[in-house]
Design a protein around this ligand. Structure first.
Ligand SMILES: [Zn+2]
Length: 144
């Protein structure tokens, strides 16, 4: 029996990769499983495809052929990667809190996605038109 794959689940239709921060305070070792729990509570599903923990571990939270929930109205064909952190230790201001291990993992993941999905556009959450957020608290274009 042949099944028709909905367009949003077709890996060939993946066109974007969006980087996020979890908006957790600097140094707080929040695990990927916790972030997924928060997202399920808030959005009814896991938001991101991969979460990068403080030690640089890349934890797969959603398969690439599943639609995430990380950019309002723009989740089809859009992979979401989130690093733990993004706010200062006082939990007040956006801050680039990426550890060296997280930076290395994010670079590696972006390179892998560029290879796997040629032409994929890599952006920070705040780089999407109409988004008024600090996320991911660093400039993706100059950092990667
Ligand atoms: Zn975001």
């Amino acid at each position: 029996m042949t099944m028709t794959t909905p367009a949003y689940m077709d890996p060939k239709k993946i066109h974007s990769l969006t980087l996020h921060c979890a908006a957790t305070p600097e140094g707080r070792d929040v695990k990927a499983a916790t972030i997924s729990q928060w997202d399920i509570a808030k959005f009814g599903q896991v938001s991101y495809h991969i979460v990068v923990e403080l030690d640089g571990s890349a934890v797969r939270t959603l398969a690439d052929d599943r639609r995430g929930a990380h950019v309002g109205g723009k989740n089809t064909g859009n992979i979401g990667i989130c690093y733990v952190g993004g706010v200062d230790a006082q939990n007040k201001k956006p801050k680039d809190t990426r550890t060296e291990a997280q930076k290395a993992t994010l670079r590696r993941l972006v390179a892998e996605y560029r290879q796997r999905y040629p032409g994929i556009v890599v952006r920070g959450h705040r780089d999407w038109p109409g988004v008024a957020k600090a996320c991911p608290s660093f400039d993706v274009a100059s950092a990667l």
